[in-house]
Design a protein around this ligand. Sequence first.
Ligand SMILES: NC(=O)c1ccc[n+]([C@@H]2O[C@H](COP(=O)([O-])OP(=O)(O)OC[C@H]3O[C@@H](n4cnc5c(N)ncnc54)[C@H](OP(=O)(O)O)[C@@H]3O)[C@@H](O)[C@H]2O)c1
Length: 320
Amino acid sequence: MKAVVIRKFGSPDGLEVVDLPVPVPAPGQVRITTEAIGVGGVDAVIRRGALAAYGFREGHLLGSEVAGIVTSVGEGVDASWRGRRVWAFTGLSGGYAEQAVASVEDVLALPDGLAGADAVSLGGSGVVAHFALDRARFAPGETVLVRGAAGSIGITAVQLAARGGAGAVAVTTSSAERGARLRELGATHVLDRSGEGGPDALPGFDVVIDVVGGPQLPLFLDRLNSNGRYVAVGVVGGQPPADFGMRLMDAFRRSLSFATFSSDTVPRADRQAVRSSQLADAAHGDLRTVVHEVLPLDQAVPAHREIDAGKVFGRVVLAP
Ligand SMILES: NC(=O)c1ccc[n+]([C@@H]2O[C@H](COP(=O)([O-])OP(=O)(O)OC[C@H]3O[C@@H](n4cnc5c(N)ncnc54)[C@H](OP(=O)(O)O)[C@@H]3O)[C@@H](O)[C@H]2O)c1
């Protein structure tokens, strides 16, 4: 089968299309003939070699979420899965391939009418948005800032905050065109990456969901209202300054909270329940997915180039 591996860490040109044996599902696993493969920011981070210390090696088969049809089941898996269209989390490898395996516990039947590309634009990221707002104890009427809203986590966070009755939903983004698209999804205030928004600026926020991190994170900590909660879910802009916590201590009397959040810490059953409901919402048009572009599997190099160039709004999808 055709698959895409990292031949050399670094630029997208280090990705290579190879021929690999079709994987055999282990006990508890299913094999899926893929129709859509999500290309995530974390794939680019692994490709650059930034996670080599965590055991990622050259030769790694990228990809963590796919949609497709179950064609084979491993020992102990109900045979009724065979032939079903599913969304699946494959771990941090194995997705960029014509055939992928996943634990049946990480597989969900797809609702009728939902395209595979839409499923992989929401399946992994939607739960991050949901539980990040939950951890922030977001309540109706509160003002929310989604920092780095143009990615698939932010796009869902904006919609969930809006439909959850936020008093205002501000976003940071790099262009007016993206701002307009985010307004269509529920944003009420559009700020630039530094948090400047001219007449669109708000004095402060009750909740910040931050996908970016990076050197400017302290500027946004300063924008929390008293009793405000800041939840960092990603670091697409790099790590914040080592002493950023001093901003919280300096503002001691305003009772601010800062938390990191990873969906890995949410029990799998809770993640799957929320994901299932979000996929159903997407099938009914109650939650919008944004597919930036669908490219053939052997076009993984240009797909990663688009990510590195910051051109992606939503999710890039590969299709075998
Ligand atoms: N917490 C979890 O459980 C979890 C799970 C999966 C992934 N993640 C993390 O989430 C991140 C990926 O999320 P995603 O796919 O939604 O994001 P993304 O698409 O990679 O990036 C979101 C947006 O951030 C903005 N951005 C990029 N670089 C920036 C910079 N240097 N400064 C300011 N803004 C910048 C860009 O929008 P503009 O150009 O419009 O500004 C970009 O579209 C990764 O860090 C990944 O590790 C977390």
